[in-house]
Design a protein around this ligand. Structure first.
Ligand code: CU
Length: 362
């Protein structure tokens, strides 16, 4: 076994055997299993105490996706997006002030068919930090992808734009005000899926995940309220790299793994909000059997890709089969982000063993 294999095996065993938080370097567990800051002293100034949370979970449910397109004539969709500023936990005991589209990270997936029209109403309700916001859709022909026309402040009336989805694919949308990196890092991104006229292949389950970096004044795992750290963002040195806004959100330590059964197929829509880091997207214990590179839904998909780069500002779609039971771990294969910073989500595949494909005890 090479050193590389050994190290990789150790990482996987650690993540699998003990749960993500326990291998997150600076974290331990108290008797109740709550994470504690065991070996990393607080900043000299220290963090203020964790704030009361506005929501139990900032992470959008990855299965909360509009159903596949089943219409064949162009439709018009009325979509309303409101901004919401919410305090929530990045991980247990670590609070942060998120900025969101519709109260979750990522924002809702918008799903239309090529040629459909979207009438968007964008609203910035009263907001504690009085920030301006807007929406830049990468699926839109027009100035700023709609950003110029949607820019409003909390006192303004809701604004409206209308656009026709001219080109199919999976695309990011994000806030694009002058401090857009800060706004995206606080949670302001999501995806719009424009299905080709002929639709997409049927799968049993679809998941919607969004990766982004959170830059804070605290150390990873440090208990308390983490303020935004603009200098760390300038250095592109994040505290957390997370899926759906939450460190290790879809593991036993938080909301629990996603569910699938053997024999099923799944498609993952994976949006990288960034704002800065490229993701190396890999399903541990599986492969992207059909990969729609960079969200390109018109070219033939790439076949059996292990790890695919997902640039900031891109949504990739990848399909998987589940011939055997066991966890499939979705990671950014820049593995320090998995072990230390939160970039891990698990799909728990249940079903009968299939020893012809995999046998752990031959
Ligand atoms: Cu914004």
């Amino acid at each position: 076994m090479t050193a590389t294999q050994l190290n990789r095996r150790h990482v996987l065993q650690a993540v699998g055997a003990t749960g993500a938080l326990a291998v997150a370097g600076c974290l331990g567990s108290d008797a109740e299993g709550n994470s504690t800051n065991t070996n990393q002293p607080a900043d000299e100034e220290g963090l203020s105490a964790a704030k009361a949370v506005d929501v139990d979970q900032i992470a959008r449910d990855p299965t909360d996706i509009p159903p596949p397109v089943d219409w064949t004539n162009p439709r018009t969709h009325d979509v309303t997006i409101r901004t919401q500023k919410l305090t929530a936990e990045i991980e247990p005991g670590v609070t942060f002030d998120y900025m969101t589209f519709e109260g979750t990270v990522p924002g809702p997936m918008i799903r239309v068919r090529q040629g459909d029209t979207v009438n968007l109403t964008f609203d910035v309700p009263e907001d504690l930090n009085a920030a301006m916001h807007n929406m830049d859709f990468h699926a839109v022909y027009g100035p700023g992808g709609g950003a110029e026309a949607t820019t409003i402040a909390p006192d303004d009336d809701p604004t409206q734009i209308s656009f026709r989805a001219e080109y199919p694919g999976v695309f990011i949308y994000h806030c694009a005000v002058p401090s857009m990196d800060y706004h995206i890092s606080s949670g302001m991104f999501g995806s719009i899926l424009v299905e080709p006229e002929e639709g997409l292949p049927a799968v049993d389950t679809e998941y919607y995940l969004g990766q982004h970096e959170i830059y804070t004044t605290g150390d990873v795992g440090e208990q308390g309220h983490h303020e935004f750290d603009f200098e760390a963002m300038m250095r592109e040195d994040p505290t957390y790299v997370v899926f759906n806004g939450q460190a290790y959100g879809f593991t036993e330590d938080a909301a629990g793994p996603l569910q699938a059964e053997t024999g099923e197929t799944a498609r993952v829509y994976f949006a990288n909000g960034g704002p800065n880091l490229l993701s190396s997207l890999h399903p541990i214990g599986n492969v992207w059997s059909d990969l729609y590179r960079d969200g390109d839904l018109l070219s033939d998909p790439a076949i059996n890709v292990e790890t695919t780069p997902v640039a900031p500002g891109t949504t990739t779609a990848g399909e998987m089969a589940f011939p055997v039971p066991g966890p499939v771990k979705i990671v950014d294969h820049a593995l320090s982000r998995v072990v230390h910073r939160g970039a891990l989500g698990v799909i728990d595949v249940q079903g009968d063993p299939n020893p012809n494909v995999f046998d752990a005890e031959p």
